[in-house]
Design a protein around this ligand. Sequence first.
Ligand code: NAD
Length: 288
Amino acid sequence: MVATVLNGRVIARAVRADIAKLAAEDAEVYGAPAGLAILRIGNDPASNVYTEALMRTSAQVGVVARVVELPETVDDDGLRQQIEALNDDPSVQGILTQLPLPPHLSQRTVAETVDPQKDVDGISVRSAGNLFLRLPSFVPSTSAAVMELLDRGGIALSGRRAVVVGASNVVGKPLAYMLLHRDATVTVCHIYTRDLAHWTRQADVLVVAAGKPGLIHGEMIQPGAAVIDVGINVQADGSITGDVAYESAAEVAGAISPVPGGVGQLTNLMLLKQTVLARNLWQFNENA
Ligand code: NAD
């Protein structure tokens, strides 16, 4: 079998157009386009590249994004005050804090201070609770990107066996709930899972988010399964590889997402989609 490629670049084009349409409708209803504040602390070059890409994509879909910079030396109180100012700013529908934070700052401060109504990357306790309870919710954008890739690739989920390798708060765990809420039978594997292949071979849908290059290879995959590789691993030569040994996996899988050119193409778009939907989402939650 030669797997169908779930091409993130091609899918991203269609998703971008759909979000632009949603953004235009949202701006019409609320009299102003949705705004995204990107909070950047210090001057990390990798994070600057990411911010520039996000600014470009925001402009393409019609979200007004702006960067708010804080010095590397800012303390927890200063960070909290800045987030509170953005919470109060009516032109801001979404707040994204660039990670990683400098080591003296706590990620918890961000998660506990950001207004749950503006938590478009789904990091707050309230967002996690909404997701757990299957209420309308902001979710971490990488998990949303995986679901979008599966849906746009026409991969059925209801009643099927999904295995998620990786159980982090930002990818594996939210994804497990999102798959469960789409009526898949979900197994979560992690670093302490014994005989990983035993579990991965049972998957109709296998999502791998472990950060271990080559962790999953063809022999660990059920013939015909859909395989989504979330891993982003930077090799010694600077190239990027996923967690799945692509060549051997593609010989067995029915569908597979490459790295680069898979999930990563959709992550920023999912963040922007949630920014565009923010005002509607909370209207729904307040009426629920
Ligand atoms: P993390 O380090 O927080 O969590 C990794 C998870 O994988 C843990 O639950 C751990 O138990 C599990 N794990 C590690 N080694 C394993 C092994 N040998 N067998 C089974 N499970 C194992 O990482 P994360 O933040 O969840 O990210 C996971 C990967 O996804 C990384 O490569 C990261 O770069 C990538 N990522 C990609 C995007 C994107 O947009 N495509 C976004 C975020 C993260």
